[in-house]
Design a protein around this ligand. Structure first.
Ligand code: ATP
Ligand code: SF4
Length: 317
């Protein structure tokens, strides 16, 4: 059963050039304890799904239709108190820029104390920092965010995200701003700590190798819709959606020795309203007549593919 769920979610941002439809009936589920990778080109809508799950969308955003559910409860229907509890106790967040998300005016120990609540002693605070393998936790407790390296700050962010033992963590590009040398270590840490605790992890990433290595399931987002979802090994070995195939072909490391990368021709769409057909139609080498006028719907069991060419299968009970 899904613990996190976006159901036919439509989100629009008001901009000076009119509304931008970031999500266009996006549906995605993350079960308890599962590690789900969310991939897609820039602007496809990955971050919007993540913040919508906690109703943390910016002021210019509007949920036009659909729903988001956490633990089976509609987040859109929650009152202020329930929403506060959801963000404080049930969900944890790790963002791309750790130093920017920490409070620059407060020492790390103080910020960790706020998150834990009550009046934790130094020993308890140190234990939280030891868990994220910070080399000198006593010293880090006394530090301000600007005194930390990016890698250390992200370890602190992970400690903060896990401090109240949340049931799910939403990590949006948690290693994108870090030096290549520490990326893998930090991701490994995040995945191992959430696995140990049985916490669900939703990982938005451009790093397909990392997603393949760490995630149990993958959701591919394009034009504000989740166009393919499958167990990770199956998605990488047998991608069904033409966009997923193009994305995997374009990824660093996909090229054979001596071959150059094949970028996906064309640019992703910016939608200003509901898209009539398939949003990939302008870039898809397999497009047929129906693709411009009919929206593809899900055609599968545990491998969902939104494409007119996908084989029709019964949905598992
Ligand atoms: P990236 O990988 O670059 O983070 P993404 O897949 O997470 O991209 P989103 O950030 O969710 O995509 O953006 C989806 C669409 O919504 C894009 O067209 C983006 O320009 C637009 N958008 C996102 N945030 C805002 C905002 N605050 N105001 C206006 N438009 C926005
Ligand atoms: Fe290509 Fe049509 Fe499938 Fe879209 S629905 S991915 S345009 S074949």
């Amino acid at each position: 059963m899904a613990f996190l769920e976006a159901r036919d979610l439509v989100v629009e941002y008001a901009t000076r050039r009119g509304p931008v439809r970031a999500l266009d009936e996006a549906s995605l589920e993350v079960a308890a304890g599962e590690v789900v990778g969310v991939v897609g080109e820039s602007g496809s809508g990955k971050s919007t799904i993540g913040v919508a799950l906690a109703r943390l969308l910016p002021g210019n955003a509007r949920v036009s239709s659909g729903d988001v559910l956490v633990g089976g409860r509609s987040v859109l229907a929650m009152g202020d108190e329930e929403l506060r509890a959801l963000r404080r106790d049930t969900l944890g967040f790790v963002f791309q820029d750790p130093i920017g998300t920490l409070d620059p005016t407060a020492r790390i120990g103080r910020q960790l104390g706020w998150m834990i609540g009550g009046k934790p002693g130094d020993r308890e605070l140190v234990e939280h920092l030891e868990r994220v393998r910070l080399p000198d936790p006593e010293r880090t407790l006394r530090a301000f965010p600007h005194q930390l390296s990016g890698g250390m700050a992200q370890r602190v962010s992970i400690a903060l995200a896990l401090a109240r033992a949340p049931q799910a963590v939403i990590a949006d590009e948690p290693t994108a701003s870090l030096d290549a040398s520490v990326r893998s270590e930090i991701l490994e840490l995040l995945v191992s700590l959430t696995r140990e605790a049985g916490t669900a992890l939703m990982l938005m990433s451009h790093d397909l190798r990392a997603v393949r290595r760490f995630c149990t399931r993958v959701a591919v987002v394009y034009g504000g819709r989740v166009v393919e979802t499958a167990p990770a090994q199956e998605l990488f070995s047998s991608p069904q959606h033409p966009y997923t195939r193009a994305l995997l072909d374009a990824a660093p490391g996909a090229e054979a020795p001596g071959e150059t990368l094949r970028p996906i021709a064309g640019i992703p769409p910016v939608l200003h309203g509901a898209f009539r057909g398939c949003a990939f139609v302008g870039r898809c080498a397999c497009a047929v007549e129906a693709c411009s006028v009919e929206r593809p719907v899900v055609h599968s069991d545990d491998h969902d593919v939104l494409c007119h060419l996908a084989p029709v299968k019964e949905k598992a009970a």
